[in-house]
Ligand binder design. Structure first.
Ligand code: CMP
Length: 139
């Protein structure tokens, strides 16, 4: 099924100069960039985006990290896009990520893990419109 999913190159990805590397891995694997922008998240925006994690012990640190510099927000579309992006990213903890995945190759820690991707259809349905209006999505 053709799906849309939300991905973020996190502040560590921008700092490490791997924005193009991440996007290129998505494109090379059949995903289409349907929307794209760079943005420095406010605390409120980060807390709203990760609201599902608000009771987790890492929430304060996560939102602090996500507001530490600009991120690249993108909507990706394609066949099984949600699963495909998750496979390309690898496990949340780079130490557990499979060889050849974005996090294994580029990430330093479970927090500074370079990239985010929606974890299922319900999450994607919340996350894509959180950052992009209908008029900003091209595919
Ligand atoms: P992400 O896919 O953006 O969704 C939630 C984020 O919380 C996750 O990636 C991690 O970067 C971050 N995080 C930090 N600490 C933890 C943890 N102990 N367990 C899971 N996620 C964590």
């Amino acid at each position: 099924m053709v799906e849309r999913t939300l991905s973020i190159v996190k502040p560590d990805g921008a700092r490490k100069n791997v924005i193009g590397d991440v996007i290129s891995r998505f494109e090379r694997n059949g995903l289409k960039v349907a929307a794209l922008k760079m943005h420095h998240l406010s605390r409120k925006e980060a807390e709203g985006f990760y609201a599902v994690h608000r009771h987790r012990p890492f929430f304060a640190s996560l939102t602090e990290f996500m507001t530490s510099g600009p991120v690249v927000l993108m909507a990706l579309s394609g066949e099984d896009a949600i699963k495909k992006v998750r496979e390309l990213m690898g496990a949340t903890d780079p130490a557990k990520a499979a060889p050849g995945t974005i996090r294994k190759d580029l990430a330093d820690s479970i927090e500074a893990n370079i990239v985010h991707g929606s974890d299922g259809p319900d999450t994607a349905a919340f996350e894509v419109p959180y950052f992009f209006s209908t008029l900003e999505i091209h595919g």
